[in-house]
Design a binder for this molecule. Structure first.
Ligand code: DQA
Length: 142
């Protein structure tokens, strides 16, 4: 069975209360439940994690080697400046899908630049929590 790791970066634990106009009212737990249900439907195995710490995210990416077939990552603000996460994704050579709830290209200019994107198969953004379902389907189809 295909194994997919979903990594959520900083501040995503606050979904549901955080800037609701941008990120909606669904909590990360609500999203996790939907992702797990969709994984069952797609017959894939999924792990869903969140961390506010760059080093911990990097450790999780390293640990994924040999265990996961695809990584889906919403790196939060690290998207825009973490060369270390970019390098970690490149190093493990696991196909990765970049994911954002909001359309990062339609917000402040600094958000339109993703330093992670060159290491990823593709990017999904702007579909809110449903983006996780789209990313899971893309991961299952890879
Ligand atoms: C985000 C977009 C980032 O710019 C922001 O820093 C986040 C969330 C998104 O899911 O839309 O924390 O990754």
């Amino acid at each position: 069975m295909k194994k997919i790791l979903v990594i959520n970066g900083p501040n995503l634990n606050l979904l549901g209360t955080r800037e609701k106009g941008i990120y909606g009212t669904e909590t990360l737990q609500d999203i996790a439940q939907k992702v797990i249900a969709e994984a069952e439907r797609l017959n894939v195995d999924v792990d869903f994690i969140q961390s506010n710490h760059e080093g911990e995210i990097i450790d999780k990416i390293h640990d994924a080697r040999g265990k996961f077939d695809v990584i889906i990552i919403n790196p939060g603000a690290y998207t825009h400046y973490s060369i270390a996460i970019l390098d970690a994704i490149k190093a493990v050579e696991i196909p990765a899908i970049e994911l954002h709830l909001s359309n990062i290209h339609a917000r402040e200019e600094f958000r339109s630049k993703s330093v992670i994107a060159p290491a990823c198969v593709g990017q999904i953004c702007g579909f809110g929590g449903h983006g996780y379902i789209l990313a899971l389907n893309a991961a299952a189809a890879l």
